[in-house]
Design a binder for this molecule. Structure first.
Ligand SMILES: Nc1ncnc2c1ncn2[C@@H]1O[C@H](COP(=O)(O)OP(=O)(O)O)[C@@H](O)[C@H]1O
Ligand SMILES: [Mg+2]
Length: 628
C-alpha cells in the first residue's frame, strides 16, 4: 500500500478539487435562472442557417478537410518516431540511421506546417467572405425596415450587430469549427495510437478523462454566465456611446460633461468587471486541466519507471523506456486538444449567441413592404388623394383623424398648423415611411399600397425638416451616387440659388462634407437638399421647411428657389412663413390631426377662421420687427 502513496495523494487532490467545484456548481444554479437568458432559436437551427451561408464555399471546406488530415498525422506519428530510439540503440548504433530518422521527423514537421498554413489561409479567406456577406445582408435588411421599426432599435445596438457580432461569427468559420473537428480527430488518433503501444497505460490515462469532462461542464456554466455579461455590457456601452457622441455638443452646451463621464465610467466599470470575471474563470480552468495533465504524467513516470526499473510486468505488459517516452509525448498531445475543445465549445456558444442576435434582426419582418402583386409605375401625373385617413404611431393614439383632401397634378398645396398638428406626419405617409391604419392614399387613382415602394419613392422628392448630409463631397450629396455631369449639377444648383455659396468654396463641388454636413450652415444644407431634389426631377415634391437658424439673406434665396420649384411639378409644402404660400393653389389648415379649413389664400382670409388668425399674428409680428 505504502508503495502506491504518491498515486493516492494525486487521487486525493483531484477528488477534493472536484468536490469543491461540484458544490460551487450546485450553489450557483439559482442565480443562473434569475438572469432570464433563454435562447429563442435552437442551436441546430442556428447552425443550419449559418451553414447556409457557408454552402457556396463547400469546395474550400473540402480542401481544408483534406489538408487537415495530413496535418493531424504529425501529432500521431512523431511520438512513435521519437520513441523508436530504443530500437536504434539495440540494433547497433548507426549514425546514418539516426540521420534518416531525424530527416523523416523534420519532413513530417515541414509537411504539417505547410498544411497548417494552407489551411489557415483558405479558412481566413472563406470566413471573411462569408461574414462580409452576412454583414451586407444585415445592413440591407436594416435598410428595409420601416421608420417605426427603426426608431424602436437603438443605433448602437445595430452597430454592435453589424460589427461585433459578425466578428464573433467570423471567428467561428475561420478557426472554431475546423479546430473543433481537428481536435476531435487528434484525440481519436492519439487514443488509437496509445492503445496500440500499450493499452494498460492508455487505461491509466483514460482514468483522468471523466475529471476533465466534469471540470469542463462546470467551467462552461461559469464562463457562459461571464460571457453573457460581457456581451450585454458591450451592447450597453455601444448604445450609450453612439447616442452621446452625436449629442456631445448638447452635453457641452449644458455643461453636463462631468455627469456623462460618471455615467460612462459606471458602464465601463461594469464591462471591466465582466471581462475580469471571464478571465478569472479561464485562469482557474486552464491550470486545473494542466494539473490533470501533470498528474497523469506523474502517474506514468511512477508506474512506468517502476515497471521498467524493476523489469517487471506492469499489469501484464512489459513497459520499456520506449513506451514511456511515447506516452509522455502522447499525454500532452491528448490533453491539449481536450482543453482547447472546452474553450472552443465556449467560443462556439458565444458565436451562436451572436448569430442569434443577428438572425433576430434578420427575422424582423419589415412592416412596410411590397405587396405580392405590387405594380411598377413608369409615368406619374401627380394627382394625390387622402381618403378618410386614420393614422397612429402607437396603437390607439390617433395622430391623424379622418383626414381627406385631394391635390391636382402640378398644383402646389400647403399645410399650415401649429406644431404637433400632424403636418410632417402627412408628408411621411405619402412615401410610405409608415403605413396607415384606416382609409386610403391614392396616387393617380391607385392606392399607394399597390405600388412598389422603391418605384413610389422614385417619383417623390423629399426635402425634410432636418436635412441629412452624408460625409463625402457636395457633388456626392447632390447626385446621391447617380451619374450626372457637372453641367447638370451646376444647373440644378443655379435653379435653387445654391450656386453662389458653392462658387465661393475653394473646391467648389468637390468641397468636403463632414459627418451630417456639420461644416455647412442650416440654410446652406437646405439649399443643397433642394438641389438634390431638383436634379432627380421628381414628379411630386415634398418640402418640410425648416425655420430656425436661417439668416435673412439665405431665407430670401430659399423663398426664391421655392417659388421656382413650385413650377416643376406637384408640390406639397409645409411652410412656416405664410408669405411663402400665398400663391399656393390650396392651403390646408390642420389642428390636432384634423383638417379644419381649406381653400386658397384669399378664400381663407375672407373666411376669417384659424388661417386668418395665424396670418394676422405673423403680419403684426413682422410689422413689429420692421418697426412700422
Ligand atoms: N416617430 C414618432 N413616434 C411617435 N409619435 C410621433 C412620432 N413623430 C411624431 N409623433 C407625434 O405625432 C404628432 C404630430 O407630429 P408631426 O406630424 O411631426 O407634427 P408637425 O409636423 O405638425 O409639427 C405629435 O404629437 C408628435 O408627438
Ligand atoms: Mg413638422
Amino acid at each position: 500500500m505504502k508503495e502506491y502513496l504518491p498515486l493516492l495523494i494525486v487521487g486525493a487532490i483531484i477528488g477534493t478539487i472536484s468536490t469543491i467545484l461540484i458544490i460551487a456548481y450546485a450553489a450557483i444554479k439559482d442565480k443562473k435562472e434569475s438572469m432570464g437568458f433563454e435562447r429563442n432559436i435552437k442551436d441546430v437551427e442556428l447552425l443550419k442557417r449559418l451553414l447556409r451561408y457557408a454552402k457556396p464555399y463547400w469546395k474550400s471546406f473540402i480542401l481544408v478537410a483534406v489538408v487537415m488530415i495530413v496535418s493531424i498525422s504529425y501529432s500521431i506519428v512523431s511520438p512513435l518516431l521519437v520513441a523508436n530510439i530504443e530500437g536504434i540503440v539495440k540494433s547497433g548504433f548507426e549514425l546514418a540511421d539516426v540521420f534518416w530518422r531525424v530527416g523523416l521527423y523534420a519532413g513530417i514537421l515541414v509537411v504539417s506546417l505547410v498544411c497548417t498554413y494552407i489551411q489557415s489561409v483558405v479558412l481566413q479567406k472563406t470566413g471573411q467572405k462569408i461574414v462580409s456577406q452576412l454583414r451586407e445582408d444585415t445592413f440591407k435588411h436594416i435598410e428595409s425596415l420601416s421608420h417605426g421599426q427603426l426608431s424602436q432599435i437603438p443605433i448602437g445596438k445595430l452597430v454592435t450587430r453589424v460589427t461585433y457580432d459578425t466578428n464573433a461569427i467570423s471567428m467561428m468559420f475561420t478557426n472554431l469549427l475546423v479546430n473543433l473537428v481537428q481536435n476531435c480527430f487528434v484525440i481519436l488518433g492519439v487514443l488509437i495510437a496509445m492503445l496500440c503501444v500499450n493499452y494498460m497505460l492508455t487505461l491509466m490515462v483514460l482514468c483522468f478523462v471523466p475529471f476533465i469532462v466534469l471540470f469542463t461542464v462546470i467551467f462552461r456554466k461559469f464562463s457562459r454566465k461571464a460571457y453573457r455579461k460581457i456581451k450585454n455590457c458591450t451592447t450597453d456601452i455601444n448604445t450609450y456611446l453612439s447616442e452621446n457622441l452625436s449629442g456631445m455638443k448638447i452635453t457641452q452646451i449644458f455643461n453636463r460633461e462631468q455627469r456623462k463621464i460618471e455615467e460612462f465610467s459606471e458602464k465601463n466599470e461594469k464591462l471591466y468587471k465582466a471581462q475580469r470575471s471571464q478571465l478569472l474563470v479561464f485562469s482557474i480552468f486552464r491550470p486545473l486541466v494542466y494539473l490533470l495533465n501533470i498528474s497523469s504524467v506523474l502517474c506514468l513516470f511512477f508506474l512506468g519507471c517502476k515497471g521498467y526499473l524493476d523489469n517487471i510486468e506492469f499489469l501484464g505488459q512489459i513497459v520499456s523506456s520506449e513506451v514511456i517516452v511515447a506516452f509522455y509525448m502522447f499525454i500532452s498531445r491528448f490533453f491539449n486538444p481536450i482543453q482547447s475543445l472546452a474553450e472552443q465549445f465556449h467560443r462556439l456558444q458565444s458565436a451562436f449567441a451572436s448569430a442569434e442576435k443577428i438572425f433576430t434582426i434578420l427575422d424582423i419582418e419589415p412592416d412596410v413592404a411590397d405587396e405580392a402583386d405590387a405594380i411598377e409605375l413608369e409615368e406619374v401625373k401627380g394627382d394625390i388623394e387622402f381618403k378618410n385617413v386614420w393614422f397612429a404611431y402607437n396603437e390607439g393614439e390617433w395622430i391623424l383623424k379622418d383626414v381627406s383632401f385631394c391635390v391636382k397634378a402640378n398644383d402646389t398645396v400647403a399645410f399650415v398648423g401649429s406644431t404637433g398638428s400632424g403636418k410632417t406626419t402627412i408628408l411621411s405617409l405619402l412615401c410610405r415611411n409608415y403605413d396607415i391604419q384606416q382609409g386610403e392614399i391614392l396616387l393617380d387613382g391607385i392606392n399607394i399600397r399597390h405600388i412598389k415602394i422603391d418605384c413610389l419613392r422614385r417619383h417623390f422628392g423629399q426635402m425634410l425638416q432636418d436635412v441629412f448630409l452624408f460625409s463625402g463631397t457636395i457633388r456626392s450629396n447632390i447626385t446621391l451616387r447617380d451619374e450626372f455631369d457637372d453641367d447638370k449639377i451646376l444647373e440644378a444648383c443655379k435653379y435653387v440659388n445654391a450656386d453662389k455659396f458653392i462658387g465661393q468654396l475653394t473646391n467648389g463641388l468637390d468641397e468636403e462634407v463632414r459627418e451630417r454636413g456639420n461644416n455647412f450652415s442650416a440654410g446652406q444644407r437646405q439649399l443643397l437638399s433642394f438641389a438634390r431634389t431638383v436634379i432627380h426631377r421628381p414628379e411630386i415634391m415634398i418640402l418640410d421647411e425648416a425655420t430656425a437658424n436661417i439668416d435673412t439673406e439665405t431665407e430670401i434665396l430659399i423663398q426664391d428657389s421655392l417659388h421656382k420649384m413650385m413650377n416643376v411639378g406637384t408640390m406639397l409644402i409645409v411652410a412656416h412663413r405664410l408669405s411663402t404660400i400665398q400663391h399656393a393653389d390650396k392651403i390646408l389648415v390642420l389642428s390636432n390631426g384634423q383638417i379644419i379649413e381649406q381653400g386658397n389664400h384669399h378664400e381663407l382670409l375672407t373666411n376669417k377662421g384659424r388661417y386668418y388668425e395665424l396670418y394676422n399674428l405673423q403680419y403684426s409680428k413682422e410689422q413689429m420687427k420692421t418697426g412700422n
